[in-house]
Design a protein around this ligand. Structure first.
Ligand SMILES: Cc1cc2nc3c(=O)[nH]c(=O)nc-3n(C[C@H](O)[C@H](O)[C@H](O)COP(=O)(O)OP(=O)(O)OC[C@H]3O[C@@H](n4cnc5c(N)ncnc54)[C@H](O)[C@@H]3O)c2cc1C
Length: 380
């Protein structure tokens, strides 16, 4: 067993940290306050290989694995959860769905530009009536000559407005339950495809979230991913990877919140000494650091197994469940250590706290992760 990153992985971590510190950190507060989605970062993300992290060079990607991916998402999340969420949704949801289940033609046409960072990709599973229960999808696709006519809508879709490519699932046979759901690649320019206004969110405010509406949207046969009825199972497999990225995002947010707390506790003086000298604060910091380390290890374990071709349904959910709840706890303790100042926008603690909460909700809530884990445990 090797618990250290290789020299090359350390180098990737270092260059992403430098990028996040110089290009993201100075803007974090303003982007959050104004809900500005920083699409202007896309060329720089592409330059660093961060728009095609997981894909081979022949598809325009950087050819890295999940351990590198987890490290990258953590490093960006340490500075800004919103940008990390963008990179995560683009790579492991939209692009990875096409990479894993697309034909060679689909990969050339859609994955290559996504991996090169020509636009951000979106992925639509969630609907108003189908959140935790994705098998309750109501968006429907009716077979017509040469393709399908799609009607319905998707909720809470990251990059719904900025995307040029969106992978989404629709019901093609309502008598077959989740075996009657099919995945398609949509182009934003297809008539009948529209996005709605940006959601006004508590946290992750610089990440763009909106609904997608399909109104008699014709999608050709060649844009179907896999066969009719495979979409739900494909989506569940995509989420096995996606949950590693939310776990990494959570570890990054927790790490950022913890570092802010350490810094503040050394600066803030009460009773004639830095608050870091009080054992109550030291114990909080010790608990925070220990929980973060445990969350990181679970996340890297899932990433390592995924890189080695193992099925990671249980491990991905365990990492996502644990890391996201650690992020919320650590971010809250960071606010506590900052006292009243932690409750203001003068310090970064409150933003980590707001951003952290998404991690227990997106890509399956904590309750759903427990259901997934229990199902895997009881199967054995
Ligand atoms: C910022 C943001 C970005 C997102 N990006 C995307 C995206 O890009 N693509 C996409 O498809 N989706 C996206 N989502 C949607 C997200 O995945 C869903 O919000 C999430 O899966 C929960 O669904 P829901 O909101 O409908 O909650 P619900 O399913 O309505 O859940 C409500 C509550 O009931 C609980 N619950 C539900 N069923 C059970 C059960 N069987 N047992 C116990 N408890 C249960 C849940 O845990 C939760 O506490 C995003 C959401 C947000 C907030």
């Amino acid at each position: 067993m090797n618990f250290e990153l290789s020299e090359e992985q350390e180098q990737i971590k270092y260059s992403v940290r430098e990028f996040a510190e110089s290009e993201i950190r100075p803007n974090v507060l303003e982007w959050d306050e104004t809900q500005h989605f920083p699409e202007e970062l896309r060329p720089q993300l592409a330059e660093l290989g961060l728009t095609g992290i997981l894909f081979p060079e022949e598809y325009g990607g950087a050819g890295m694995g999940y351990v590198e991916y987890a490290t990258i998402i953590e490093e960006i999340g340490r500075v800004d959860g919103s940008v990390a969420l963008s990179v995560a949704a683009h790579n492991s949801l939209c692009s990875n769905h096409i990479y894993t289940f697309g034909t060679e033609e689909q990969k050339q046409k859609y994955l290559v530009p996504l991996a090169r960072g020509e636009s951000f990709g979106a992925w639509g599973l969630t609907e108003a009536q189908a959140g935790s229960d994705a098998s309750g999808t109501r968006t429907n696709a009716v077979k017509k000559d040469g393709g399908y006519v799609v009607n319905g809508s998707k909720n809470f879709i990251t990059h719904a407005i900025a995307c040029k490519t969106c992978v989404a699932v629709a019901v093609t046979d309502k008598n077959k339950g989740n075996r009657g759901i099919t995945a398609f690649i949509f182009e934003k320019s297809m008539p009948g495809f529209a996005s709605d206004k940006k959601e006004n969110k508590v946290g992750m405010r610089a990440s763009e979230t909106s609904s997608v509406v399909f109104e008699d949207c014709f999608v050709p046969d060649e844009n179907r991913l896999g066969a009719d009825g495979e979409g739900f199972l494909q989506a569940m497999q995509v989420l096995d990877g996606g949950r590693i990225s939310i776990a990494s995002l959570a570890v990054g947010i927790a790490q950022g919140a913890y570092e802010a707390a350490v810094k503040y506790s050394k600066e803030r003086q009460q009773f004639g000494r830095p608050i870091a000298e009080f054992q109550a604060i030291q114990f909080k910091l010790a608990d925070m650091a220990t929980q973060i380390e445990a969350a990181r290890l679970l996340t890297l374990q899932a990433a390592y197994l995924k890189d080695n071709g193992k099925k990671t349904t249980k491990e991905s959910s365990m990492a996502k469940l644990f890391a996201s709840e650690v992020a919320v706890r650590v971010a809250e303790e960071s606010v506590q250590i900052h006292g009243g100042y932690g409750y203001t926008k003068d310090y970064p603690a409150e933003k980590y706290w707001r951003d952290s909460k998404l991690c227990t909700i997106g890509e399956g809530t904590s309750e759903i992760q427990r259901l997934v884990i229990a199902k895997q445990l009881l199967k054995a």
